[in-house]
Write a protein that binds this ligand. Sequence first.
Ligand code: FMN
Length: 176
Amino acid sequence: MEFFDVIRKRYSHKAAFDPTSRPTDEELRHIVEAGMAAPSAMNLQSPEFVIITEAGLLRQIGEITDNAVLRSAPAMIAVLGNPEAAEAFYREDYAAATENILLAGTALGYSVGWLDGIFRDAAVREPVSALLNIPQDRLLCVVIPVGKPGEEGARRAKKPFEERASWNGYAVRRPS
Ligand SMILES: Cc1cc2nc3c(=O)[nH]c(=O)nc-3n(C[C@H](O)[C@H](O)[C@H](O)COP(=O)(O)O)c2cc1C
């Protein structure tokens, strides 16, 4: 898929997935390699990744999170931050890696999502972290479901260019 088509096609799939639409291990590896290629502060490469394909783990994550999207996802990628290694920048690092993963998944024809908010609740994050044997010094930041839609998901409009971008000074609407 052409790069700008990928950018346009990416969206956060918040409806059900087709649980049978699991990407191959090779595709998942390819997607995570895109995350690893992201920029990171001081090239510390602080984000780490857990690829989740086992049915039992997927089911338990769906149950713990009680999240409709995760309940049907045929595969997930957990993105871990490393606050000790990259204290000032681990959030930016994991966000850059996450976006690359979303784009790579889209380029391979999958729908993806960025599930972050629910993992800020320790009551959700800690049991999922324990399930995945994530060490105490790593932070489970995002879980990305990857699969084909079971139900059509909403596409969200973006604000017009002129509302968010300007040329050579704030709110200057034309190149000078
Ligand atoms: C930092 C961040 C956190 C997010 N957390 C969640 C989340 O917890 N749950 C969720 O459904 N979507 C989450 N999203 C996805 C946004 O809701 C989504 O990107 C936004 O609504 C725009 O839609 P689009 O991705 O389809 O363009 C998050 C996105 C970002 C960048």
